[in-house]
Design a binder for this molecule. Structure first.
Ligand SMILES: *Cc1c(COP(=O)(O)O)cnc(C)c1O
Length: 380
């Protein structure tokens, strides 16, 4: 029963989604993943990550991701502890030779730019910025050896193409794409990147704390070059070379969260079992088509991202008319178990943000918009 103090508006039970988790990360964990965890109880949890049972889970993750992303020849699935934020430091320490270029159009793109900018051993980064709700694209530049941008900017709900900057390969510049919230649900040709990296708590519906990176031979060679140059101190925990060496043995440098790996392996195999990346992308796109179409049909709702081609199919952002208090909508939904549709806090907009990862049933996105219609009609 909703608490009448916080929910003076009651949403009829038949409008509610079957599962109320719409957060953009950590995101919905499917019950089957939790069951796998329980099944792994005595055989995996609480056992050595250097022994065959846990290593076989890491192998499932690495082989599953290789299949999911049709990994190009010579690319490797590398993983380590610390999440995508730590991978920014790994990339800063091991992949940028002298200068990086970042296309930044939201919080996450800007954070990686801040990491390379702060590195005392690098030249000041070139940052190509665009306002939230739009997309900035990387551009040819003679003096940069890394081009970096997010596939999906989770803070704003804008997505960018993943295509190499023309001539970048010939110039020896690497392409690093932050796919934390897009990997596994947005179509991609990984050959257009040197590193396509992500973490398990978004599309893969697992817990946080790991980073995973699909690395090209050029990226691995760059790490080898930078780390063996002797001119830069690279802490072992940030060493891509050490991470790659461990990953080849289906291990991590230091102890990983085994539960995270089990739930990740389950989700990768769930997506593969339904037809792989194309299926996952279509399922998210179905939810997105509904969400944006719904907003466009309402006088009081507008997709935040103006260009339909840039509207994310995994994280949707919908501005509400100023006469409707989005915070009241969000808290009324929360009182009914419909969770985490608040906007990214620093964006500060009167907005709803809805994750549409493959784990989230498109029918539940339809139910969510019916709930919003109900709440808005009662608020008015
Ligand atoms: C969530 C997110 C991150 C941060 O991931 P952590 O694993 O919490 O460090 C980075 N980039 C994008 C695009 C994200 O969505």
């Amino acid at each position: 029963m909703p608490d009448p103090a916080t929910a003076p508006i009651t949403i009829p039970a038949d409008l509610l989604p079957a599962d109320g988790r719409f957060g953009s990360g950590p995101s919905k964990v499917r019950a089957e993943q939790v069951r796998a965890l329980s099944d792994a109880g005595t055989s995996l949890l609480g056992t050595s990550h250097r022994q065959a049972p846990v290593r076989s889970v890491v192998r499932r993750v690495r082989e599953g991701l290789a299949e999911l992303f049709s990994l190009p020849e010579g690319y490797e699935v590398v993983l380590g502890n610390g999440g995508s934020t730590t991978f920014w430091d790994v990339a800063t320490a091991c992949l940028v030779r002298t200068k990086a270029q970042h296309a930044a159009f939201g919080e996450f793109g800007a954070k990686f730019a801040a990491a390379t900018t702060a590195a005392p051993f690098l030249e000041a980064s070139q940052v190509i910025a665009a306002p939230p709700g739009t997309v900035a694209l990387p551009a040819p530049a003679d003096d940069v050896d890394v081009h970096a941008w997010p596939h999906n900017e989770t803070s704003t709900g804008a997505m960018a193409p993943v295509v190499r900057v023309p001539g970048s390969r010939e110039r020896g510049a690497l392409t690093l794409v932050d796919a934390t919230s897009g990997a596994g649900a947005l179509p991609v040709d990984v050959a257009e990147t040197d590193v396509y990296y992500f973490a398990p708590q978004k599309v893969f519906g697992s817990d946080g704390g790991l980073w995973l990176a699909l690395c090209s031979p050029d990226a691995l060679a760059r790490a080898e070059e930078v780390e063996s140059s002797g001119t830069r101190w690279v802490p072992e925990s940030l060493s891509l070379r050490a991470a790659a060496a461990n990953s080849r043995q289906d291990q991590t440098l230091n102890t990983p969260a085994i539960a995270t790996l089990v739930m990740l392996a389950e989700q990768v195999e769930w997506i593969l079992g339904h037809g792989g990346l194309a299926w996952a992308a279509a399922r998210s796109a179905e939810s997105a088509a509904h969400l944006y179409g719904w907003a466009e049909e309402r006088e009081w709702a507008t997709p935040f991202v103006a260009d339909p081609a840039e509207r994310s199919t995994v994280v949707g952002t919908i501005d509400l008319d100023e006469t409707i208090d989005a915070t009241a909508v969000v808290s009324t939904l929360r009182a009914h178990g419909v969770l985490d549709v608040f906007p990214y806090r620093k964006l500060g907009r009167n907005q709803l943000r809805v994750a549409m990862f493959p784990a989230i049933d498109p029918d539940d996105v339809r139910a969510l918009t019916a709930c919003v219609d109900h709440v808005v009609s009662r608020l008015a």
